[in-house]
Design a protein around this ligand. Structure first.
Ligand SMILES: Nc1ncnc2c1ncn2[C@@H]1O[C@H](COP(=O)(O)OP(=O)(O)OP(=O)(O)O)[C@@H](O)[C@H]1O
Length: 173
């Protein structure tokens, strides 16, 4: 909450084993931010995970990500700054991405470029605060006709953004 109040952007990864309360914590923070009338976005890699968050949407839908993301190079999402979706991304104080470990690293990189362009800010995620949450022990990206090595290479930990991501571990529920 301090980072939100101080307008400090960046990416944080919330790491904890399954069932320890990551989604529960996200919903608590969403309620707190809603009460303060700030804009928050709740995204998830799967539809089921999106339904577990207040106002949750799939990242593919919110960011207009293409289905063939693995084949894309230097993708910028096709979202107009004047559209409703673009306005939300421009003004969101905080964005959550639950079950992020299922996402292709190129989705995160496309989000970074898109937010930088929409918010006219060259900082990471255009200065927005992105909270990734998930558990690499559970699921990795699913790539059709791929080898385990392809899946590991596609995961967020292999993104050039990952070294800039501090990891927060949940120790108490
Ligand atoms: N502090 C808490 N107080 C009460 N119930 C809690 C608390 N933390 C988690 N729970 C409950 O525990 C269950 C699992 O929590 P949650 O779905 O948030 O875990 P998760 O870490 O997101 O799991 P997964 O990695 O499988 O998605 C939920 O039913 C949730 O309501």
């Amino acid at each position: 909450m301090n980072r939100i109040n101080n307008n400090t952007g960046g990416i944080i990864y919330l790491d904890a084993p399954g069932g320890t309360g990551k989604t529960f914590l996200i919903n608590l923070i969403l309620a707190e931010i809603g009460a303060e009338k700030h804009i928050a976005l709740a995204l998830a890699s799967s539809g089921i995970a999106a339904t577990l968050m207040e106002g949750g949407r799939t990242a593919h839908s919110a960011l207009q990500l293409p289905l063939n993301i693995a084949e894309q190079q230097f993708l910028v999402c096709k979202i107009s700054g004047t559209s409703g979706r673009g306005q939300l991304l421009k003004h969101a104080k905080i964005i959550f991405w639950d079950e992020c470990t299922m996402a292709h690293k190129k989705s995160l990189e496309a989000m970074d470029r898109t937010l930088q362009e929409l918010r006219k800010n060259s900082e990471i995620m255009g200065g927005a605060l992105l909270i990734l949450s998930g558990d690499f022990r559970q699921t990795l990206p699913v790539i059709p006709k791929s080898t385990p090595a392809d899946e590991i290479n596609a995961c967020l930990k292999k993104s050039h953004l990952w070294p800039k991501v501090p990891i927060l571990q949940l120790t108490k529920t």
